[in-house]
Design a protein. Structure first.
Length: 338
């Protein structure tokens, strides 16, 4: 979610961040009927297939961040300042919005320590990522290379191998480490991919094929894991450290990073891209109010049509971007920039 630090913004980065933020908002809003029945073999319906397209959301943020930060030298002081700032921003907005607005005014209850940490987990993950990338920068190259490869093997490759094993032999017991992202260390792999592909031009046809294959692998995982465990796999949050998510994310990154203005709704896209941190911070509260207190609490609506959910998610994304844009003109702007 970091901004381009040069004087001239690159529209492609804003486009990628705007798309990624919309995918995150759409996923978090939910309210889609996935037609899941634990007593029947499950294959994703249209709603589940469309929701699974949100899986590149978070990986794209890691990739853009890597493209904008890794190739430049960062001093230890700058890294420490960045880490402290990220943690301070996460804690402040969690106290104000989760503990304050949602906990007291919306009667959501006060969060536990784990819930407190999870509310803005991406900011904490980004702080860890900055520190790890700094260590990779100062250590011998072969150590950094082995570290990234090790994370890839333990997360992406391991998860794929277990998908294949469960497909070939459904009676196999899935170990606790059979679906892991090493907390959120998979972000290290995505950030390095973003840095590597920053100046690489990918063939659009190959990107489209890669995207289709990636989505297919994710649907394969949803089908295998859901029928194996008897619990519906969300196919987004749990799929970030997977080969399918990686393929789909690389495809979108390759297709969109080079897009230039003028472009359809370019001004709106830039507003969302510039204010992606603000959208991330504010969208959860708006979703909780709209989904939990209004639609669910007042009108007792459990599910909405797919088209309606897409429109609502887009409106929330735009609303949060302009809220952030307005706050940029106030002293609060220091809490909306990383």
């Amino acid at each position: 979610m970091s901004s381009n630090t040069t004087n001239k913004r690159v529209f492609g980065w804003d486009l990628l961040k705007a798309l990624a933020m919309f995918l995150v908002v759409f996923y978090h809003f939910g309210m889609l009927d996935f037609s899941y029945n634990a007593d029947e073999f499950y294959f994703p319906n249209l709603n589940k297939i469309i929701q699974s397209l949100c899986v590149p959301g978070v990986p794209l943020f890691f990739m853009v961040n890597g493209a904008l930060t890794i190739n430049g030298k960062m001093s230890f002081k700058k890294v420490v300042n960045k880490v402290v700032r990220l943690i301070a921003v996460a804690v402040f907005w969690t106290l104000l919005l989760r503990c304050g607005v949602m906990g007291l005014l919306l009667e959501q209850g006060q969060p536990s320590v784990m819930q407190f940490k999870d509310f803005y987990w991406f900011l904490y993950s980004l702080a860890i990522l900055y520190f790890i990338n700094y260590l990779i920068q100062i250590l011998p190259k072969w150590i950094g290379y082995l570290f990234v490869v090790a994370i890839f093997i333990v997360t992406f490759l391991n998860n794929f191998v277990w998908d294949v094993i469960l497909f070939a032999k459904p009676s196999t017991t899935l170990p606790s480490w059979g679906l892991t992202g090493l907390f959120t260390l998979y972000g290290v792999v995505y950030s390095r991919i973003g840095a590597y592909l920053k100046d690489v031009k990918l063939n659009p046809v190959i990107c489209i094929i890669l995207f289709v294959v990636g989505v297919g692998l994710n649907l394969f995982k949803i089908t295998i894991m859901t029928n194996h465990t008897g619990l519906l796999l969300d196919g987004v949050n749990s799929s970030f450290p997977t080969i399918g998510a990686m393929f789909a994310s690389i495809a979108l990154f390759g297709l969109l990073k080079g897009v230039k203005e003028p472009f359809f709704c370019s001004r709106l896209i830039k507003t969302i891209g510039v204010n992606s941190i603000g959208v991330y911070i504010f969208h959860l509260v708006i979703i909780m109010v709209l989904r939990g207190n209004l639609l669910g609490g007042v009108f007792h609506i459990q599910y909405l049509p797919l088209a309606v959910v897409l429109c609502i998610a887009l409106c929330i994304t735009i609303l949060c971007a302009y809220i952030s844009e307005g706050l940029q003109r106030t002293p609060a702007k220091v809490l909306l920039k990383l």
